[in-house]
Design a protein around this ligand. Structure first.
Ligand SMILES: [Zn+2]
Length: 727
């Protein structure tokens, strides 16, 4: 699965590092660091008149004339024998101006000239950290080997450790920075952030920061960034407000304030904030794309009731509403009961048919965030129309995100990432067994390679993955840890853990206190449990893979009939592309054994198989064998996967009308109408029949009139109208 490219500048943007490349710039940067803005400006202006291009570049950079600064650096680097340090500074400018790729190139060029340039490695570490790439740690280690006294390197290390939920180690690094410089503002900011995250009073640190620079806003912004990365959006917003109050020209913080207010469901203030930031040169992707997203809101309709706010694209609102709204209510009611709590306000669900619009919501956030994302009481997710049929189950995604809404609320957003993700994955399986945690090949390979993490280190797998599939592997592991806890200790134990996390206990403490065992004992017990279930599959993975490949090459049905069951038995959870179930069912059907083919595809569906074509075929065969209720169940499951299919709704509508389930039939024929079929008259006529069966004469008449408007000579509709009138 693809990792979202992270372009947010603000998360860990280090403040202006000192200009060792051009000693003349040091004084100006010092002035700025101490809040003497006017004097700093005069100082930078002086630099712009220097004969040396690198010095001029520093001057223009300090004056925020970025294009001119960029040009001056270009000239400086073009000079023969120009130093590696100039490339590093240019790289930092580009990084600051939202171009990490070119920044990266310049740091690497610098290393070609001077392989021991610690600051070039630091640059690479900053860019990697900015993109939540685990390489950041490697580069940082290299930096510190080359120059153990580089204050900024210790500051970045402190930030990364805090982000990795290791506050103790983070503070040790921050102290290392402060031992090197008693004006290490970023290190003080990390201290403040750690205090805020742990609900301690951070005022002493802010006092120290303001003793250096009375108008410093960056430390507040840093705290805001850490809060947001810990999903504490409202608290993050409060800190971004403090940041721009202290320094109104902190455009990155102003933009982040706007973005996070959008996440909380607001529009007016974010627009003002983002436009102002953009005007002042804050043109990073999150700012630009968030403005674009605000513009696209005019294409959405908002449907409100007591407990929900549903925002759907106007082109699909009529189709999706009858499915999404009741499911949302069902999930809310289920979780209220299960978690013994009520939400303080309505849940806002936004459904984006354009994946890019949705992706804007998750920019600058670590992890997958590929299907849905929760911000407090606001949930944004993809629409099934925005993805390949079979790729995505909107129902499972909705239940997953709604679990986050409750757990974030229950813990006041103080829950480790691994636990809230694990519980959300677990809840998908509780809502529908077919939606259970999916054991994909990536996961088996990780299990075989003994790459699962210890429970105390689970967060790292989500935030700084060390191998490409570690994020999905971590989702699986976290989900199965919750499955295990529920199986061994029951539902209430999970709820007890929620409350312990709310009380700010760490994962090791929660395991000790709630499960009465050490984290190491827990890991051992969990791994043994997991091994019993999937250990054999992991060990036989290669045999299975070779077997499946051979099966796919078999041309005659007889051999397929003999071979496929063994492959399925070896790894029954595999329902992905080119799976043995579909091959076997096709062979069984060709051989005329429809009952066996139905059993095969039913087993596939039970394991979570979601290819809509295979499920539609299963429904057809079930119907042919007279199992109408089974066919209806199968078709209804496709509603969660790909509702943009006219034939699906028509067939299910007919089945339900016959059952009779007139409420279901109204929904299905309504969906046919919403899809604007070529034959409107028939669609409206069928909807009218469903309404009539459900006892809603008024609606039935409305639909039949719509049918006659489309085709005035349509006899069945004329008859139905007479029938309705005579009732
Ligand atoms: Zn999640």
């Amino acid at each position: 699965m693809r990792r979202i490219v992270q372009l947010a500048m603000v998360a860990l943007a280090l403040r202006g590092v000192c200009a060792w490349a051009v000693p003349a710039a040091d004084r100006c940067l010092e002035l700025r660091k101490h809040g003497a803005k006017a004097e700093a400006k005069t100082c930078f202006e002086g630099l712009t008149r220097a004969g040396d291009a690198a010095t001029r570049a520093e001057g223009f950079w300090g004056l925020e004339q970025y294009d001119t600064a960029n040009e001056a650096f270009r000239q400086a680097v073009a000079q023969q024998g120009s130093a590696a340090a100039v490339r590093v500074r240019w790289g930092m400018l580009l990084h600051e101006r939202f171009n990490n790729q070119e920044a990266d190139d310049l740091f690497n060029e610098a290393l070609k000239i001077d392989p021991n340039n610690a600051r070039a490695y630091l640059g690479l570490a900053i860019v990697s950290a900015n993109e939540f790439d685990s390489k950041a740690e490697e580069y940082l280690a290299k930096t510190l080997t080359l120059d153990p006294k580089l204050t900024e390197a210790h500051e970045l290390g402190a930030n990364l450790l805090l982000l990795n939920a290791k506050p103790k180690e983070a503070l040790a690094e921050a102290d290392a920075a402060l031992a090197l410089s008693n004006e290490a503002l970023e290190a003080m900011g990390v201290h403040a952030a750690a205090d805020v995250l742990a609900d301690r009073n951070p005022d002493a640190w802010f006092a120290k920061i303001h003793a250096v620079n009375p108008s410093d806003g960056e430390a507040y912004a840093l705290v805001g960034a850490h809060l947001v990365l810990n999903r504490r959006y409202e608290d993050g917003v409060a800190y971004y407000r403090k940041a721009i109050a202290a320094d109104p020209e902190l455009w990155a913080a102003r933009s982040q304030l706007g973005i996070n207010l959008m996440r909380l469901g607001q529009e007016e203030e974010p627009r003002r904030l983002l436009e102002a930031s953009y005007e002042h040169g804050q043109r990073d992707k999150p700012t630009v794309n968030s403005l674009r997203l605000l513009d696209s809101y005019k294409n959405f309709v908002t449907l409100k009731d007591d407990t929900t706010i549903l925002r759907l694209h106007k082109n699909e609102a009529e189709l999706l509403r009858p499915y999404f709204q009741p499911e949302l209510h069902k999930a809310i009611a289920t979780y209220e009961k299960k978690y013994h709590m009520k939400l303080p306000g309505p849940v806002q669900l936004e459904v984006y048919p354009d994946h890019e619009d949705f992706a804007v919501r998750t920019m600058g956030m670590p992890g997958l965030g590929a299907l849905g994302v929760t911000f407090g009481e606001v949930v944004a997710m993809d629409s099934p129309s925005g993805r390949k049929p079979g790729d995505f189950n909107w129902g499972a995604t909705m239940w997953h995100e709604l679990s986050h809404v409750f757990i974030l609320q229950a813990t006041n957003h103080r829950v480790p990432r691994w636990f809230t993700e694990g519980l959300a994955v677990h809840e998908e399986g509780q809502a529908h067994a077919e939606w259970s945690n999916r054991l994909t090949p990536d996961i088996l390979i990780a299990i075989r390679g003994k790459k699962l993490l210890a429970v105390a280190n689970m967060d790292q797998g989500f935030i700084f993955p060390e191998y490409p599939s570690q994020v999905i592997v971590s989702y699986f592991q976290a989900g199965s840890i919750c499955d295990y806890i529920q199986e061994r200790w029951g539902d209430d134990k999970l709820l007890e853990m929620v409350h312990s996390f709310a009380a700010l206990k760490t994962t090791p403490v929660v395991i000790e206190e709630d499960l009465k065992m050490s984290p190491a004992e827990f890991d051992k017990a969990y791994m043994a449990w997991l091994d019993k279930q999937v250990g054999e599959r992991a060990a036989e993975f290669d045999t299975w893979r070779n077997g499946l490949k051979a099966l796919a090459a078999i041309k005659d049905d007889e051999t397929t009939l003999h071979t496929a069951p063994g492959i399925i038995a070896m790894y029954p959870e595999y329902v992905g592309g080119a799976n043995a179930y579909e091959m076997l069912a096709t062979a069984q059907s060709t051989k005329g054994d429809k009952a066996a083919a139905v059993a095969t595809l039913a087993a596939y569906a039970k394991m979570g198989g979601e290819n809509p074509d295979a499920l539609m075929t299963l429904a057809t065969w079930q119907q042919e064998l007279g199992d109408k209720a089974g066919a209806a169940r199968t078709l209804d499951s496709v509603n969660f996967i790909y509702p943009e299919n006219e034939a699906l709704h028509r067939r299910l509508g007919e089945l339900w009308l016959a059952q009779p389930n007139s409420v279901g039939a109204v929904r299905e024929f309504g969906a046919v109408v919403a899809l604007k079929p070529l034959d409107t008259a028939t669609a409206q006529y069928e909807l009218a029949e469903a309404y009539l069966a459900s006892g809603d004469k008024e609606k039935a008449e409305e639909s039949v009139l719509a049918a006659l408007e489309a085709a005035p000579g349509f006899r069945p509709a004329q008859k139905l109208l007479v029938q309705i009138k005579s009732k």
